[in-house]
Design a protein around this ligand. Structure first.
Ligand code: NAP
Ligand code: GCO
Length: 264
C-alpha cells in the first residue's frame, strides 16, 4: 500500500491564512503533519491561527513577505529553531492583477512577477539547503490554468505562472538527485476571494457572464472548491509520490482537456 501519511513531517505553506493554502494545510494536518504558514501581515496571521484552531489544528504562523529575501531567510531559520526542519514547502502565496496589457504599468507587471515567481524562487532557495542535508524534501508550486493558457487582462499573471511551471521543472532537474521532488499543482477556476469578482451576481440577480463562461468551459460544470486540491496536495507531499518529479498536476475539472461546447 502506498504511503500517504505525513506523520512527523513539517509543512510550510506560504500565504495560507485562508483560501487554497488554508485548505491544503488543513489536509496536511489531517494526514499527520505539523502546519507552519506565513502571511503578509500580523492581522492575517492572527486570523489564520484562529481559523486553524477552530478546526482543532495548532498551526505556527509567521509574518513574512515572500519577496523579501532577508525576511524569508530569517523566518526559515526561526521555523527550523522553533518547529524543526521543513520537509514540505508549498509556494502558494500569490496575487493577480486583471488589467489590459497596454494599460498595465511596468511597476504593476513587476509586482505580480515578484510575488508569484520571485517569491517561490526565494522561499525554495531558503529551504533547499536543509532539505538536501536531510536527504529528502517536497516542494509544491501552485501554478494555474495560466501556466498553459492565456486570456485577456492577465499578462503578468500568465507570465509568472508559466515561469513557475519551468521553475518547478528546473528545481526537479537540479535537486532530484538529492531526493527532492518538486512538482506543481495547477488549479482550475476555484471559488476563493481571488476569483470573487468573477463570480459576483449581476444587478438583476443573474450570474456574472464570466461565471457562466467558466461553467461552460469546465466539463465538471462547476467551479472548484479549495477542498478539491487537498487530495492532490497530500499525494505530492507524501512518500506516495517519491518518483514523481517536475510534473504539474492540473486539478481543473477537465478544462485543459476540453475544446469547449459545440454549437447546438
Ligand atoms: P488568495 O485568496 O488571494 O490567497 C493568497 C494569499 O497569499 C493571501 O493570504 C495573500 O495575502 C498572501 N500574499 C500575497 N502577497 C504575499 C506576499 N508578498 N508574501 C506573503 N503572502 C502574500 O488566493 P487563493 O485564491 O487562495 O490562491 C492561492 C494560490 O493559488 C495563488 O498562488 C493563486 O495564484 C493560485 N491559484 C488560484 C486559483 C483560483 O481560482 N482561486 C486558481 C489557480 C491558482 P493578501 O490577502 O494580503 O493578498
Ligand atoms: C483569472 C483567474 C485565474 C485563476 C486561476 C486559473 O482572472 O483568469 O483569476 O487566473 O485564478 O489561476 O487557474
Amino acid at each position: 500500500m502506498a504511503n500517504f501519511s505525513l506523520e512527523g513531517k513539517i509543512a510550510l505553506v506560504t500565504g495560507a491564512s485562508y483560501g487554497i493554502g488554508f485548505a491544503m494545510a488543513q489536509g496536511f494536518a489531517q494526514a499527520g503533519a505539523t502546519v507552519v504558514f506565513n502571511d503578509i501581515n500580523q492581522e492575517l496571521v492572527d486570523k489564520g491561527i484562529a481559523a486553524y484552531a477552530e478546526k482543532g489544528i495548532k498551526a505556527y504562523g509567521y509574518v513574512c513577505d515572500v519577496t523579501n529575501e532577508e525576511q524569508v531567510n530569517a523566518t526559515v531559520a526561526q521555523i527550523e529553531k522553533e518547529v524543526g526542519v521543513i520537509d514540505i514547502l508549498v509556494n502558494n502565496a500569490g496575487i493577480i492583477k486583471r488589467i489590459p496589457m497596454i494599460e498595465m504599468t511596468a511597476a504593476e507587471f513587476r509586482q505580480v512577477i515578484d510575488i508569484d515567481l520571485n517569491g517561490p524562487f526565494i522561499v525554495s532557495k531558503a529551504v533547499l539547503p536543509s532539505m538536501t542535508k536531510k536527504g529528502h524534501g517536497k516542494i509544491i508550486n501552485i501554478c494555474s490554468m495560466m501556466s498553459e493558457l492565456g486570456r485577456e487582462t492577465v499578462s503578468a499573471y500568465a507570465a509568472a505562472k508559466g515561469g513557475l511551471k519551468m521553475l518547478t521543472r528546473n528545481i526537479a532537474s537540479e535537486y532530484g538527485e538529492y531526493n527532492i521532488q518538486c512538482n506543481g499543482i495547477g488549479p482550475g477556476y476555484i471559488a476563493t476571494p481571488q476569483t470573487a469578482p468573477l463570480r459576483e451576481l449581476q444587478a438583476d440577480g443573474s450570474r456574472h457572464p464570466f461565471d457562466q463562461f467558466i461553467i461552460a468551459k469546465t466539463p465538471a460544470a462547476r467551479w472548484g472548491n479549495p477542498e478539491d486540491l487537498v487530495g492532490p496536495a497530500v499525494f505530492l507531499a507524501s512518500d506516495a509520490s517519491n518518483f514523481v518529479n517536475g510534473h504539474v498536476l492540473y486539478v481543473d475539472g477537465g478544462i485543459l482537456a476540453y475544446i469547449g461546447k459545440q454549437p447546438k
